[in-house]
Design a protein around this ligand. Structure first.
Ligand SMILES: Cc1ncc(COP(=O)(O)O)c(C=O)c1O
Length: 426
């Protein structure tokens, strides 16, 4: 199936009602009417708490909620629905796995490996634990063409390496990391592989069993689903073994009061990682979003976005020439639909606000990865355009034309073009 963005746009009320060229999909996507309607329908006709009522309404809601786990598990290639726990977002999923591993596995002197291209959500939990537990945190930097330095990764692995925590797709560079290759290095060292799928699961086929990940985190709101629902996939044996770091209602099998002491026994996965009343409407909406993406086919989504990215890079380069500095791989085989750039010496927020006055929505700043911007020499951050299934070549043309106009304006206002000459490496 060839993706036709014009047809797809008909499903997205916001894109029809607002005059906006929406190119901030890496921050959050828009939602189709099917998802909006599924959420409304839950509240209209099924609203009740789950796993807490014996009455019919609650039983029905529980069934729908459980089915959402199945739909999501299948989407990421897991044959066990209990491997999928719902959380609030990728950030919460990554914190849960980090804290759980800390409780069960990590000891002073153990090593955790992350990369320079991680989002804060896959950095801060590990930095925090490193301080608390006296772990050694190693940071793998970039090699050629804004790709991960796999040789450095291999050489940093030791028998003390317990965790490799890596993003599948960089939310700044768009770099697609080779998770299979990283898995084989992690396996050799006997380390857990934790993957941040926030920017991959919405945009390309992800199969947890083929990739061999131990844990995968992603967010509903970046993949046509609602805000406030995220996913933590855990390899089934790991889900059984790991302790839940958040405790309370819903995640417990039984509690006891014996000899003046309270105790508890945790429930089975996935419930043990879902303490408290879950976001049932969010799960229903995410399930609908997954069905929408599955109908399109993730291979088609990936191919479509690659075409748009190729077109975008070509147009921006043609319109802006040397005044444009793009951060990210030139090799499109390892690049997702994210183009981060700077223009002359202009502050990225200035460019984004001038684009906003042209009706174009892009992100500017550090995109929760200031450390990466420091590394690539973009100390003030970057402007980021990111694509999804409803973006058209006209959207890209509008971006390129507006940037050309803005570049002329800021040139007249005296902003100097101080971009370093382009080179293939960072
Ligand atoms: C790569 C990556 N990881 C994690 C996150 C955090 O996602 P959330 O804010 O939904 O928790 C983001 C959000 O931009 C991201 O791009």
């Amino acid at each position: 199936m060839v993706i036709d963005p014009e047809t797809i746009r008909e499903d997205f009320p916001l894109l029809l009602s607002r005059k906006v060229t929406y190119l901030d999909n890496a921050a959050t996507s828009q939602r189709p009417k099917q998802v909006i309607e599924a959420i409304a329908e839950f509240y209209r006709s099924l609203n009740s708490n789950v796993h807490r009522g014996i009455y019919e309404l609650s039983q029905e809601a529980s069934k729908v909620y459980e089915e959402a786990h199945e739909v999501v598990a299948k989407f990421i290639g897991s044959d066990d629905w209990r491997s999928v726990s719902f959380t609030r977002n990728s950030t919460e999923s990554l914190n849960i796995i980090a804290q759980s591993l800390a409780e069960k596995e990590l000891r002073e002197g153990d090593e955790v490996i992350v990369t320079i291209m991680e989002h804060n959500s896959n950095v801060l939990p590990w930095v925090r634990l490193s301080k608390l537990l006296d772990l050694r945190l190693k940071v793998i930097v970039l090699g050629d063409d804004y790709r991960l330095d796999y040789d450095e990764l291999a050489s940093e692995m030791t028998s003390r390496t317990k965790v490799v925590a890596v993003t599948h797709v960089s939310n700044v560079l768009g770099t697609i990391n080779d998770i299979k290759r990283i898995k084989s290095l992690a396996s050799e060292a006997g380390a857990y592989l934790i993957v941040d799928g926030a920017q991959s699961v919405p945009h390309l086929p992800v199969n947890v069993r083929e990739l061999g990940v131990d844990a995968l985190a992603f967010s509903g709101h970046k993949m046509l689903g609602p805000m406030g629902i995220g996913v933590l996939y855990l390899r089934p044996e790991l889900a059984e073994d790991l302790p839940p770091p958040i405790v309370g209602g819903g995640m417990v099998k039984e509690t006891g009061f014996r000899e003046g002491t309270l105790s508890y026994e945790v429930a089975e996965p996935p419930w043990k990682f879902e303490a408290g009343t879950p976001n049932v409407a969010g799960a229903v909406g995410l399930s609908e979003a997954v069905k929408y993406l599955s109908k399109l086919g993730m291979n088609n989504v990936e191919e479509f976005e690659r075409g748009l990215t190729e077109y975008g890079l070509k147009e921006l380069t043609t319109e802006l020439g040397d005044e444009l500095k793009v951060y990210g791989p030139r090799d499109l085989k390892v690049k997702a639909g994210i183009i981060s750039f700077n223009i002359c010496s202009a502050n990225p927020h200035l460019i984004a606000s001038l684009l906003s006055s042209e009706g174009i929505a892009v992100r500017s700043g550090y995109h929760c990865a200031q450390h990466l911007h420091q590394f690539i020499g973009a100390s003030e951050g970057s402007v980021r355009a990111s694509f999804y299934i409803y973006n058209t070549k006209e959207d890209v043309d509008k971006l390129a034309n507006s940037l050309k106009k803005i570049t002329k304006e800021i040139g007249k206002a005296g902003v100097k073009c101080t971009n370093p000459p382009k080179k293939s490496c960072c």
